[in-house]
Design a protein around this ligand. Structure first.
Ligand code: NDP
Ligand SMILES: O=C(O)C1=N[C@H](C(=O)O)C[C@H](O)C1
Length: 271
């Protein structure tokens, strides 16, 4: 098979730059385009230079329709409005769309789902191997413990992160809810503040910390009578997410249209 031609959306962002570096190191992948927001001061700049590499001749552009004429996939770590705009074009062009953007609403997710009859989408709030394995472990532990054990999800990220709780925290909460066979929407406790009353039995709680340059720390706590189990993952470098995204794109190349997860990519679906 010829090289997979990939567009990086949000090319000037933290993940965008990590993805451009990862593509440059990945045999079988080539950077076909670099997308940035309309009006960004980075438009026209060289994607390689922005990512700390030698000049590669790929200039940042805000025109996905033109960029995608000759591409196979798009790696999208941007903001919800941009991802939703990209979904329609990726579907029309038949691109593999790897979606890492978090903070999506349920109606955004419904839009993504609506195109998967014709589009190949891999979506995950966290593309790392470690977190996807952690989610499988959380589900397994939640299956074994009844609601005598209170489940709390704690996350910490760098101070520039704009959404909370993190996409990963939701993934882990969802895994716990699946293990316990309850709907997360009806059992999630978020944003405690003030005179909240006692904790509801069976709730899954979320707490978010922000500060410094933390790439992403997540802990799921199972707090029972006189004992506690804590399962944690600490991302030391966002390159782990970029490597996961590349793996997802190359895995999805040539697959049938559908909505896939990182558990599918990593073969963790049955854990
Ligand atoms: N699933 C996973 O494994 C991971 C997910 N993420 C998620 O990825 C997203 C991005 O994170 P991060 O890179 O840290 O954030 P950044 O803010 O550093 O990057 C986002 C980039 O997207 C750009 N952008 C905004 N609008 C558009 C548009 N319409 N078209 C193209 N580009 C646009 C921004 O440009 P401008 O600054 O000009 O607005 C910015 O350069 C977040 O939602 C984050 O939570 C992050 C890491 C891992
Ligand atoms: O914004 C980030 O940085 C990250 N976002 C993702 C999330 O919301 O979970 C993944 C990772 O934790 C880094």
């Amino acid at each position: 098979m010829s090289d997979m031609r990939l567009i990086v959306a949000g090319a000037g962002g933290r993940m965008g730059r990590a993805l451009i570096r990862t593509i440059s190191e990945t045999p079988g992948a080539v950077l076909a385009g670099a997308l940035e927001a309309p009006g960004s001061e980075l438009l026209g700049q060289d994607a390689g230079v922005l990512a700390g590499l030698p000049e590669n001749g790929v200039k940042l552009s805000a025109d996905l329709w033109t960029l995608s004429k000759d591409a196979d996939g798009i790696l999208d770590f941007t903001v919800p409005a941009a991802t939703i705009a990209n979904v329609a074009i990726a579907a029309q062009r038949g691109l593999v769309h790897v979606i890492g953007t978090t903070g999506l609403s349920s109606s955004d997710n419904a839009v993504i789902k609506s195109v998967t009859g014709q589009a190949i989408v891999v979506q995950s709030g966290n593309m790392s191997l470690g977190v996807n394995l952690l989610a499988a472990l959380v589900k397994r532990v939640a299956q074994s413990l009844d609601d005598g054990f209170d489940i709390e999800v704690l996350e910490m990220h760098h101070k520039a992160k704009i959404d909370a709780p993190s996409g990963t925290a939701f993934m882990l909460g969802q895994a716990a809810a699946e293990g316990r066979k309850i709907p997360l929407e009806q059992h999630s406790a978020r944003g405690r503040d003030g005179l909240t009353g006692a904790r509801n039995t069976g709730d899954i709680g979320f707490a978010s910390l922000r500060g410094g340059t933390v790439a992403g720390d997540h802990t799921v706590i199972f707090a029972g009578p006189y004992e506690r189990i804590e399962l944690s993952h600490k991302a030391e470098d966002r390159m782990i997410f970029a490597h996961g995204a590349l793996k997802a794109a190359m895995w999805a190349h040539g697959k049938k249209p559908g909505l896939y997860s990182m558990a599918d990519v990593l073969g963790l679906g049955d854990m």
